[in-house]
Ligand binder design. Sequence first.
Ligand code: MCA
Ligand code: AMP
Length: 515
Amino acid sequence: MANPLYDALFGRHQGKTTPFIQLADGQVITHGSFVALSAQYAHLFGKFGLEPGDRVAAQIEKSPQSLAVYAACAQAGLVFLPLNTAYTADELSYFVHDSGARLMLCDNKRLEALRPIATAAGASLETMNVDGQGSFSKQAASMPTVFHTVARSKDDLAAFLYTSGTTGRSKGAMLTQENLLSNGQVLMTEWAFTGSDVLLHALPIFHTHGLFVATNIALLSGCKILFLSKFDLDAVIDLLPQATTLMGVPTFYTRLLDDPRFTKNLTQHMRLFVSGSAPLLAETHLRFEDRTGHRILERYGMTETNMSTTNPYRGERRAGTVGFPLPGVELKITDSITGETLPQGEIGKIEVRGSNVFKGYWNMPEKTAEELREDGFFITGDLGQIDADGYVEIVGRNKDLIISGGYNIYPKEIELLLDMQDGILESAIVGVPHPDFGETVVGVLVANPGETPDLETIKKNITTSLARFKHPQKLFLLPELPRNTMGKVQKNVLREEFGDMFLPSKDLTTLPQLG
Ligand code: MCA
Ligand code: AMP
């Protein structure tokens, strides 16, 4: 019986002794042993009573075992729901309840904090630790290493990835087998991946970039992965001589460029450097070429669309652009009021259509209808234009979003929390340029008349609720927020006021009251 995603990514590697994952300590996991491990996990899912279509929520560190959970979900016809390891218990509670997950996997360190959440949601809770061990792996060890793959069609759901929204409520993007498979296949071809490649993998595997783009291409091409648990500059520099390709967010490339060990010599043998998830400054692109002789290949995507455009593998990779729509992807620039397609060269909303585009938001038909048109075009929320040669340029965002080191942060979510704090009348969160993360978070607060809010307490309260990467780096108290004549907060004014504060020369004493 067919299961397109499982068969193409995993099933065809059954029994193969070719290397799949090489860990930092040199340990190698073959394709065949990875497939056997995931079959054991698939059996165990059955023991927990999971049935095709059920969701498995996983907040687990990057390891070959955690990747095998993804494979096992595909084989058992389950929906894989990976979660950022930085999320707090408050954040997780929403995802588990909203998705209706029937099984939750977490690190042993988080077991006690998450138990009440799993119990309330009626989900089983098992552990998988940073070394891949834990109650889940222990039970799986006695399971058979071959599992009868559950039949699925290309329209069946393969994964849920939560993406925050401008309303502050996260939305579960439903991704089908076809979304993932068609995108992986087209990227493998466009970027000329083969079984001889060696991919240096330092991205997290709970988001599209590290999980679907990087891993799916590697599995489809049969190439080896040098698997780092996270981006560690020394390890990346040590392993580069063994790799042929690297995929990263712009922070990877600026950190490498800041290190004198990153030389032309070190990168001469490399075939490809890919960047995405956040804008790569044209300046970084040019500095990289100057240092290494390589042009970074920048591509553009979203959780809801997987990858939509790429600069060419052969041909000019143009700095400051994200290249051309991928084969099978239609992209148009539309007028924000009329929705009409704009002529080449004009700035408007970027909309995309194709087999890469998701099925909709879980249990949110009204949100789906707002963003996914009936004719299949998805309104990305990014603003762009197409240059005379057809290259797509992203010029801004039509959504209130901050991207810090490749992680998305939705201001509304933080503002809602700040507004609830004692003594606070209102707040505004803005993203400002940051030399390492590209953008970072600054919060501006307005006190209730006659009250003096305790900024330290506010910071502490936020810390317990929000993942670390969402924490405002600075909080300021202003007498009022700047507003236009319609009463709308002018975030551009705040961005201007605080925009250069992370530049090394900024004198913070000249700014209003600092928190
Ligand atoms: C870590 N910290 C961060 C971030 N990462 N703060 C803000 N933004 C971040 N991205 C916090 C840590 O908790 C720590 O806090 C402090 O910053 C410094 O940590 P450091 O060790 O320097 O950071 P790191 O562990 O080296 O991580 C930085 C990183 C990482 C390597 C850039 O964030 C990363 O791997 N980002 C990739 C994200 C990604 O894969 N995005 C793809 C999404 P403290 O000091 O207090 O402990 S998919 C997507 O966007 C679409 C589909 C697409 O197009 O790909
Ligand atoms: P996410 O919701 O995590 O999938 O993030 C998707 C968003 O990341 C897109 O809507 C863009 O705003 C941004 N993004 C991804 N790739 C690029 C890129 N190459 N250049 C600029 N922005 C990008």
